[in-house]
Design a protein around this ligand. Structure first.
Ligand SMILES: Nc1ncnc2c1ncn2[C@@H]1O[C@H](COP(=O)(O)OP(=O)(O)OP(=O)(O)O)[C@@H](O)[C@H]1O
Length: 623
């Protein structure tokens, strides 16, 4: 859809980014972040300070760069101030002079992470409309939302890419889209981790120019940046420099050269103080100091800015220019706003509907998950049905048919399990970002995801069972057929959620190992390899609790139970001509059928609960 036609003719009333009237100045004091080292050596546990008692200011109306060499603690500082990291942190954060709970600060800010994870299978316009629908007040009209999206896309020079899937965007376009998505709700504070990483100089400049413009409207924007070039550095108003977890400079970018001079570190005016190389004239670039300087030299700079406490080099302009009100005037307003009990912009039901719509859209386009699940179910179903044609009613091939039932269970189980383990870790990053930036609640996501994923698995399993059941000649009775489908769908749903649980906690490689390995006890005690009667009593509970055993038993009953007539026998003697006799022989008790179903239903609830708790834990792990 073209952007202009997407925007109706009367949509001229929206403003892409309202000027912020909120003045939010962040001041942090004595921030220390400590991590345990030798975590796994219980005898010699030690602790290490990553950030060492640093202080500083991020001013409203300013674009501030956190600069420092790799490992100096830039991302850590950003994580702490944005509220993304809460554990092992000490120190205070003040908003407009009042000490604030960091959780309250996160409600006013958006955090754009370095890896700018986007939903890959939706277009730029769809992504923006999803964000607008879920992040803007529900009472705003569709036209208003469309207009806002259109104007933001134009501002970010993404109007040519509206119909491009986000997975096909260039690195620079992805970054701009990630920022545009957060700006839909117009947050007064933006944190960006390495917004220019991976971008060429033109795209990096374009990105920072947009951020500078946004900051000059009154926002507080903080970016961590590794090693900016001269032109990029000049786009920032302020710099906050870190070396080995200590602050070696905080102030205006323009003041860097006088600051270096004052510390007997000369740097010619035409040169970027960050880039300037080590030379014979003792002129050393600040970044080089960060990397190579001795502890004594770094300490001199740290003392010079009092580890970030000194505001000498930080021109305090936010009180006078561009911002309409003084902090003193605004303080009460902002404070009361911060005390508000936080609510999402839209209701739970609305979030649920938007998420369900996105899941449906993605499922219809997801080659791997949806198409592969369907394709594999149909191909394997046809293969099995062809090789084992009409064995279902053959009294001489009952054991082969029994093996087929077990194979069906294993196929459905591993299909559901592995498809989620492979795809969910990526989705997890997206949920983490969107939930942290308060697009929607985890509960809304979880419910939508649970409902949204049922059709794909169910239709896949039904097509598989339909083919195998028919070709292998199982009894053509609706009752038995429906039970077989029910059992296999329940099993697929259990292991789909189990896969999500594993995919939440582990990356793809580890998840596959853990996921497959952890199913071994279920397979061992499924009643296929070991019979209940041969197992020592101390292990009998494993049989009773194995969900695979329950599914296997229920499936065998649905095919051979319920007073099925004797099977046809093409040979002189068929040992298992009578289905009841066969079921007894393989330790299947027909009276257990409803117990089996109940245990499977209970397992779904249990796995869903574990899955929800795993998601909740993972979403707050870094914190
Ligand atoms: N949870 C943790 N456990 C152990 N060490 C940690 C932890 N978090 C951070 N660190 C260490 O803290 C230091 C600072 O990490 P951080 O990611 O903040 O650096 P950075 O300045 O952003 O680096 P880069 O520019 O390479 O991203 C690194 O040495 C890192 O290994």
């Amino acid at each position: 859809m073209e952007l202009e036609s997407f925007l109706k003719s009367d949509d001229t009333t929206c403003i892409p980014f309202e000027k912020k009237t909120d003045v939010i100045n962040i001041h942090f004091e004595n921030i220390t972040f400590t991590v345990p080292v030798n975590k796994y050596n219980f005898c010699r546990k030690r602790k290490k300070d990553i950030l060492k008692n640093i202080s500083g200011d991020f001013q409203s109306g300013k674009l501030t760069a956190i600069i420092g060499p790799s490992g100096s603690g830039k991302s850590t500082l950003m994580d702490i101030i944005s509220g993304f990291r809460l554990r092992n942190v000490s120190g205070c954060i003040y908003v407009n002079g009042k000490e604030k709970n960091i959780k309250q600060l996160t409600k006013k800010s958006s955090y754009i992470m370095q890896d700018d994870v986007l939903q890959p299978l939706i277009t730029v316009l769809e992504a923006m409309m999803f964000a607008a629908n879920i992040k803007l007040q529900q009472n705003l009209s569709d036209n208003y939302k469309r207009c806002r999206v259109t104007k933001i896309l134009k501002n970010f020079s993404l109007d040519e890419q509206t119909n491009t899937l986000t997975q096909n965007l260039s690195g620079g376009q992805r970054k701009r889209l990630a920022i545009a998505l957060e700006l839909i709700s117009n947050p007064p504070i933006l944190f960006l981790d390495e917004p220019t990483s991976g971008l060429d100089s033109k795209s990096a400049k374009q990105c920072l120019e947009i951020l500078r413009g946004l900051s000059e409207e009154g926002r507080t924007i903080v970016c961590s940046i590794h090693q900016p070039s001269t032109s990029l550095l000049n786009l920032f108003h302020n710099a906050y420099m870190l070396s080995n977890g200590k602050c070696i400079y905080q102030g205006k970018v323009d003041n860097l050269i006088p600051y270096l001079k004052m510390n007997d570190i000369e740097c010619p005016v035409y040169h970027n103080p960050v880039e300037y190389g080590n030379g014979k004239t003792k002129v050393i670039a600040l970044i080089e100091i960060c990397v190579f300087a001795s502890e004594m030299e770094v300490d001199q700079l740290v003392q010079s800015v009092d580890n970030g406490k000194s505001q000498k080099w930080l021109e305090n302009t936010s009180r006078s220019d561009s911002i309409p009100n003084t902090i003193e005037n605004m303080e009460n307003e902002i404070s009361s706003d911060f005390e508000e009990h936080f609510q999402y912009s839209t209701s739970f039901t609305h979030q649920f509907c938007c998420l369900l719509k996105r899941i449906a859209l993605v499922s219809s386009r997801d080659m791997f998950l949806t198409h592969l699940i369907f394709a594999s179910n149909i191909i394997v179903g046809l293969g099995l049905g062809t090789f084992l044609l009409n064995i279902g009613n053959d009294g001489s091939r009952v054991m082969t048919n029994f093996n087929l039932l077990f194979f069906c269970l294993m196929f459905v189980m591993y299909n559901a399990l592995t498809s989620r383990i492979v795809t969910f870790p990526q989705e997890m990053l997206l949920i983490k970002r969107e939930c942290f930036n308060r697009w929607y609640s985890l509960n809304a996501y979880y419910l939508a995801s649970t409902m949204g994923n049922i059709p794909v698995q169910t239709i896949g399993v039904i097509s598989f069972v339909l083919i195998v059941y028919y070709f292998s000649g199982q009894p053509l009775e609706w009752f038995r057929f429906s039970l077989a489908i029910l059992i296999l769908v329940l099993l697929a749903l259990i292991f789909q959620d189990y896969g999500i649980c594993v995919g939440t906690l582990f990356n793809v490689q580890n998840g596959l190992v853990v996921g497959i390995f952890s199913t071994t006890p279920w397979v061992m005690f499924s009643g296929f390899l070991l019979y209940y009667r041969d197992t020592p009593p101390m292990f009998s509970w494993l049989f009773k609790t194995s969900v695979l055993r329950r599914a296997f038993e229920a499936l065998a009953i649905s095919v051979y139970g319920f007073n099925r007539k004797p099977l046809e026998c093409s040979k002189i003697y068929c040992h298992f001509k009578y289905p009841d006799f066969f079921l007894k022989n393989v330790d299947v008790d027909c009276n257990d059928f409803y117990v089996d179903l109940s245990i499977m239903l209970f397992s779904i609830l249990l796995v869903k609960l574990c899955c929800y708790l795993a998601l909740k834990y993972k979403i707050s792990t870094k914190r």
